[in-house]
Design a protein around this ligand. Structure first.
Ligand code: ATP
Length: 313
C-alpha cells in the first residue's frame, strides 16, 4: 500500500515590538528580569512545513543570506523540541522540510527567529495531526526562547520573568507603526552586555511603571500611548549604534508621534496617528537616508496561524 503524504502546511507569524521594556538587574543565571509589553505586528514571516524524502531548510527574503540553515536555526530546534515532547521517532525528523520566507529583519530586535520557531511548532503540529492546544505548544515554545510563546499567541501582552510569562493586555483599535531597518543586525547578548556596562558606569534613565501604558493601550488613543513608549535597552543600542539617534529624530521630524528602539534593536518603531500618516512618514523617512529600509505595519495582530494546509488534528 502507498503511504499517504500529507499536504504541506504554511503558517503566517507576526513580528513583535516592545511598547514598554523594563530591564531589571542581571540574575544569577545571567538572564535579566524583564517587565515588557509586547505588541504583535503585521510585518510577518511565512513558514512552510512539509513531509519530504530529503530533509532540509531553505530561507528566502529579508536578510536570508545571514540566517543559518543548519541545526542552529531556531526552526530546526523547534522540530526537535516538538518531536521530543510527543515522542516522535528520529526517523520522522529526517522527513521534514522547512521553507522560511522572511519579512522580519534578521537580528533586528523584532524576534524573527522566535517567530519562525513558533510557526514551525504550529505547522508541524498540523502536519503530524497532533491534537495539541496553544497552551501545550506554549510550554514547548518556552524551552526554545523567551519570545517564542508570545509569537504563538500574538495580540498585545504583558510579559514577565524572561518575558515568557504572558498575560493578555486589552488593546483597543488598531495602532499604526512605521519601522526603520538599520544596515546590519545587532546581537541581543551584546546589547544586554552594553546595558550592564552603562549601569556599572553610571545610572542611565529607566522607564517608569507599565501601568499607564496598559491604560493607554486600552484607550486606543495613539496620542496617549506615544509619550509612554519606553525601552531600557535603547540607551545601550544607541551607544553601540550612534546613528540610531539620527534615525529616531528623523522619524519624529517626518511626522510620527514618537519613536522607540524595538527590543534590543537596531530596528526603530514609530507610532503614527493613523494609516495615512504612517504612509506619509514612511515615504519621508525613506527619503531621509538614515536607514536601510522602511516598512509600514499595524498591530495588534493574531499569533502564528495556518494560512494554507489542513490544521485539523
Ligand atoms: P530577539 O529580539 O528575539 O532577540 P532578533 O529579532 O534581534 O531577536 P533574530 O532575527 O531572531 O533576532 O535573530 C538572531 C540571530 O539568530 C540571528 O543573527 C541568526 O544568526 C540566528 N537565527 C537562528 N534562527 C533564525 C531564524 N529562523 N531567523 C533569523 N535568525 C535566526
Amino acid at each position: 500500500m502507498l503511504a499517504v503524504v500529507p499536504p504541506p502546511v504554511t503558517v503566517k507569524v507576526p513580528s513583535k515590538i516592545n511598547v514598554h521594556l523594563s530591564v531589571g538587574e542581571a540574575r544569577k543565571d545571567g538572564y535579566h528580569e524583564l517587565t515588557t509589553i509586547f505588541q504583535a505586528l503585521s510585518l510577518s514571516d511565512e513558514v512552510t512545513v512539509a513531509a519530504a524524502e530529503e530533509p532540509g531548510l531553505e530561507v528566502h527574503g529579508e536578510g536570508a543570506k545571514v540566517v543559518p540553515t543548519g541545526e542552529n536555526n531556531l526552526a530546526w530546534r523547534a522540530v526537535h523540541a516538538l518531536a521530543e515532547h510527543v515522542g516522535r521517532p528520529a526517523a520522522d525528523l529526517a522527513k521534514v522540510r522547512i521553507v522560511l520566507r522572511k519579512g522580519i529583519p534578521v537580528a533586528g530586535g523584532m524576534a524573527g527567529g522566535s517567530a519562525d520557531a513558533a510557526a514551525t511548532l504550529v505547522g508541524l503540529a498540523a502536519l503530524w495531526k497532533l491534537d495539541l492546544g496553544r497552551d501545550e505548544l506554549a510550554h514547548v515554545a518556552a524551552t526554545l526562547g523567551s519570545d517564542v510563546p508570545f509569537a504563538l499567541y500574538g495580540g498585545t501582552a504583558l510579559g514577565t520573568g524572561r518575558g515568557e510569562e504572558l498575560v493578555p493586555v486589552l488593546s483597543r483599535h488598531v495602532f499604526h507603526w512605521v519601522l526603520a531597518f538599520d544596515q546590519r543586525g545587532l546581537s541581543t547578548p551584546r546589547v544586554y552586555g552594553e546595558l550592564d556596562r552603562l549601569r556599572s558606569a553610571g545610572d542611565p534613565p529607566r522607564v517608569g511603571s507599565h501601568a499607564p501604558v496598559v491604560e493607554a493601550l486600552a484607550s486606543g488613543d495613539p496620542h496617549r500611548l506615544a509619550p509612554l513608549l519606553g525601552n531600557d535597552l535603547q540607551a545601550a543600542a544607541v551607544s553601540l549604534r550612534p546613528n540610531l539617534r539620527r534615525t529616531l529624530r528623523a522619524g519624529v521630524d517626518a511626522g510620527a508621534l514618537a519613536g522607540v528602539v524595538s527590543g534590543s534593536g537596531p530596528t526603530c518603531a514609530f507610532l503614527c496617528e493613523d494609516a495615512d500618516t504612517a504612509l506619509r512618514v514612511s515615504a519621508r523617512l525613506a527619503g531621509a537616508g538614515v536607514c536601510r529600509t522602511v516598512r509600514v505595519a499595524h498591530g495588534p495582530v493574531p499569533g502564528a496561524r495556518v494560512v494554507d494546509g489542513d490544521d485539523s488534528p
